[in-house]
Ligand binder design. Structure first.
Ligand code: GDP
Length: 300
């Protein structure tokens, strides 16, 4: 078994390849939940949804969120009624959020909700939220302290971030299921996700770092040069006090990653590192990188 730590874009691209070259039951994914948000009364877990839809074969891989060919009738109608629904939610996607919200209101743990949803979608992989309690990445901006989704989706990332904060009522604890998956794994892969908003929230769950210390951990950089392949990672890295490049990424995972993978084009030198083509522009590229990572695991 291999366990992956994932957000909702870069690592899912690697998982798109992994599911083609591994026994799908041997894949476990611990997913960031610090971007979760209740909207219009329903519970969105953006990264869990992306990973689940990917494995269910229904992810919209043009955007890496939402369900392929979904319609937006309810979103358009709600907006017309004057509700400020700042995230465009597809109709089928919303049904998942309604189902999740309902199960959570009935007291079910997010881990169990995710298991049930995955079973209903015929997902063979093990999709595990990092924690069962609420934790939220917020950013300090001129508009005040706002949810990361408010920054990235509503403000389109166009405002300056002064600080990144994770807020919670009780310190997040890694779930027993997540820790068991790590324990049962031959290696753990920190995929090329946003270090600040996707990976550090997972690593900050109590018990996670200790579980990783005894494992072979391979981390893949989401940066090529001073820019991430996509998204707001550079601004977040700077606000969190890290260089916005592969060195900063390496430093985020200091003491945890045994092997660090960088893109062949990356002019930034991290020593030691292994170089592959990490730009997963299509499924073929995802499969090629997945095969390289598996070879690396087999030889290290
Ligand atoms: P989010 O939850 O949607 O922010 O998604 P993630 O945190 O999982 O992934 C975002 C990160 O993925 C960004 O920092 C990108 O640089 C990185 N990324 C996206 N596509 C690729 C790719 O093809 N290769 C690499 N190396 N990184 C990628």
């Amino acid at each position: 078994m291999i366990t992956f730590l994932s957000g909702g874009t870069g690592t899912p691209k690697l998982l798109r390849g992994m599911q083609k070259v591994m026994d799908r039951h041997e894949i476990s994914v611990i997913v960031n939940t610090a971007e979760d948000i209740w909207i219009s009364g329903n519970h969105i877990s953006p990264d869990v949804d992306t990973v689940m839809y990917l494995f269910a074969g229904m992810l919209n891989t043009d955007t890496w969120w939402g369900i392929r060919s979904d319609t937006f009738t309810t979103h358009e109608e709600i907006t017309r009624l004057g509700i400020d629904e700042f995230i465009a939610i597809g109709d089928k996607d919303r049904a998942v959020h309604i189902a999740r919200g309902e199960m959570m209101r009935n007291g079910m743990r997010l881990t169990n909700v995710t298991k049930i949803l995955c079973e209903r979608f015929g997902v063979r992989e093990n999709v595990l939220p990092m924690t069962d309690t609420e934790v939220t990445t917020q950013v300090q901006t001129d508009l005040g302290l706002i949810h990361f989704q408010e920054y990235w989706v509503r403000a389109k990332g166009r405002i300056e971030i002064q600080k990144v904060i994770r807020s919670f009522n009780e310190p997040p604890v890694a779930t027993p299921e997540a820790l068991e998956a790590i324990e049962a794994s031959d290696a753990v892969v920190i995929g090329p996700s946003n270090p600040i908003t996707s990976i550090l929230p997972i690593l900050s769950c109590e018990g996670m770092k200790a579980a990783l210390r005894d494992k072979r951990v391979i981390a893949v950089s989401p940066f090529i040069g001073n820019a991430p392949v996509s998204g707001p990672a550079a601004a977040l890295m700077q606000a969190a006090g890290f260089e916005p490049n592969s060195i900063g990424t390496f430093n985020c995972y200091k003491g945890l990653a045994d092997l660090f993978v960088q893109d062949v084009r990356d002019p930034v030198e991290v020593s030691p590192s292994v170089r592959f083509d990490t730009l997963m522009v299509d499924e073929e590229k995802s499969i090629a990188l997945a095969q390289e990572v598996l070879r690396l695991i087999a030889t290290c």
